[in-house]
Design a binder for this molecule. Sequence first.
Ligand code: NI
Length: 141
Amino acid sequence: MYISVYRKAHFNAAHRLYVKDWSDEKNLKVFGVCSNPNFHGHNYEIEVRLTGEIDPVTGMLINLKDLKQIIKEEIEDRFDHKNLNLDVEEFEHLIPTSENICYVIYNILRKAIDEKHQLRIRLYETPRNFVEYPADRVTPT
Ligand code: NI
């Protein structure tokens, strides 16, 4: 019997989306206002989903107190009130798009969470724009 548990978290961070080798004009065309050279911020929301089996002794999938602490130490403390391009080493050579931020968060948490739990991350850059990793595989038709 598989069950999923979710924990939401939040951080504020600044970023700039741009390709170094492109002109400001081309970056603006592709990335829009997110390529503003002086950076801008987002209120990022994340949803961490763990899936697995309920521990018959505790009745829990994972102690949410522990999950909360892992997310705080591994993600919020590292990303909150940071400039993702300048302050977070993972983005030194990786554009901090929602897709890449979600992927980076997954990889950080994957190392911190027991392998027996399947992990999935949802990252909201705005209430309407969000990404999910890993994704369900879709067979092209
Ligand atoms: Ni942006």
